[in-house]
Design a protein around this ligand. Structure first.
Ligand SMILES: Nc1ncnc2c1ncn2[C@@H]1O[C@H](COP(=O)(O)OP(=O)(O)OP(=O)(O)O)[C@@H](O)[C@H]1O
Ligand SMILES: [Mg+2]
Length: 153
């Protein structure tokens, strides 16, 4: 199987979908979130974090580029590279140290970090529909393939 596709009619369904993925993922993991402005990438990140037990606010890291969340021994790094003009900025904010073994990384606008980011495990592409969103999940690692297979069940 090369991809998993679904339609999510509301932001609540997006959060449920993110929770499903969150239950299948183990660190280290890299998940690219692709889609236009307002597609629902941050909504996905919020649902993902809440499913792992994070109780606080999940805001868009548009201005900070990176927001790390500590959930027990797990760190979830939420990146938004939209405003990044140069991948060296990732180095400046110490992002490389963030890519450690016990981290799950959710990356909005991964195109902006091309050539710098590690290989992604999953690519989640969100597109606007008249009502709701179409979501397409692809894998680009063995780990990603396993998650994709579990999604299908
Ligand atoms: N499946 C969905 N159906 C309808 N609305 C949705 C869905 N998913 C998210 N939304 C809504 O879309 C809006 C934008 O979502 P969000 O901020 O997550 O987008 P984003 O992709 O992170 O945008 P940006 O590129 O600006 O960071 C929110 O109001 C959210 O509730
Ligand atoms: Mg966002």
């Amino acid at each position: 199987m090369t991809r998993y596709e679904t339609i999510l009619k509301s932001f609540e369904e997006m959060e449920v979908f993110a929770a499903t993925i969150a239950q299948l993922v183990t660190a280290p993991c890299y998940i690219a979130l692709q889609g236009d402005l307002g597609a629902g990438k941050t909504t996905f990140a919020r649902g993902f974090l809440q499913a792992l037990g994070y109780k606080g606010n999940v805001k868009s890291p548009t201005y900070t580029i990176l927001e790390p969340y500590q959930i027990d021994s797990l760190t979830v790094n939420h990146f938004d590279l939209y405003r990044m003009s140069d991948p060296d900025e990732l180095e400046l904010i110490g992002a490389h140290e963030m890519f450690s073994e016990n981290c799950i990384n959710l990356i909005e606008w991964p195109e902006q970090g091309e050539g710098w980011l590690p290989t992604m495990d999953l690519w989640i592409e969100i597109t606007h529909l008249k009502q709701g969103r179409h979501v397409c999940v692809k894998a680009s690692s063995v780990k990603g393939e396993k998650i994709l297979q579990s999604l299908q069940k």
